[in-house]
Design a protein around this ligand. Sequence first.
Ligand code: BTN
Length: 253
Amino acid sequence: MAQSAENKFPQWLSYFPRIDSTNNYAMQLVDDGLARHGMVVQAGHQTSGRGQRGNSWQNDAGNVMMSLVVRPVMLAEQQFALSMLVACTIAKYLQNLYQQWQVAIKWPNDIYINDKKACGLLIENIFRGMQWSWAVVGIGLNVNQTNFPADMPNATSLAAASGLRYDLLETVTDLRSGILNAVNLWKPTNFEGLQATYNALLFEKNQIRKFRLRDSGRQFDAAVLEVDADGRLLLLTHTGVQAFQSGMLDWLP
Ligand code: BTN
């Protein structure tokens, strides 16, 4: 049963103290024809939380692990628009929560506070024929976790970065309404403005960083320029400007 006996949860929320992955559950709702725009699946603990590129996602009961189901209103070829919209909405929400933070989006859609990762997104899109019918927006936001394993030196949380504690249900409610609002107000003519907002928040913009190509393992230094309309990262390498698709590159420390 999803919700507790006290019934303290809003009707749009299915809360599971323990589940394999909120994204898996939300994808199943879509498959079963039970998905509704705005539904949220939230977990206290995920036994198989999924991250980008087949990685697992670590668990901490003090964090937000949620999947928001949306009916995207973007064109099918603009899947990166939803990713940018969600990342920008969360980044702006965090920036408002605590003005002293330096909030940035590490391409393609990790959200950083003061140079450390606070939030990861796993957006899964469901097509019926040519029609983009649903998106499951998986959000892992580190909220009240203050101890991180030694192998995660680059992670932070809202509590670790501010010294404050946060209410998880309030955070989930705010994230949901911010993202739904942005999706509901979306118009294709907003694309360029969204891309500009995203690029203004881009992590390490104009900085020289070390990268590694996933296929060949080759490492190189390059300056981070911007993200183009296809969601590719433009880097200034020693041979000129090159565009990289998500998944081609690793950022090295
Ligand atoms: C990343 O690798 O940075 C993306 C992490 C996404 C994790 C969230 S937690 C809630 C949702 N359910 C999952 O299994 N994954 C996402």
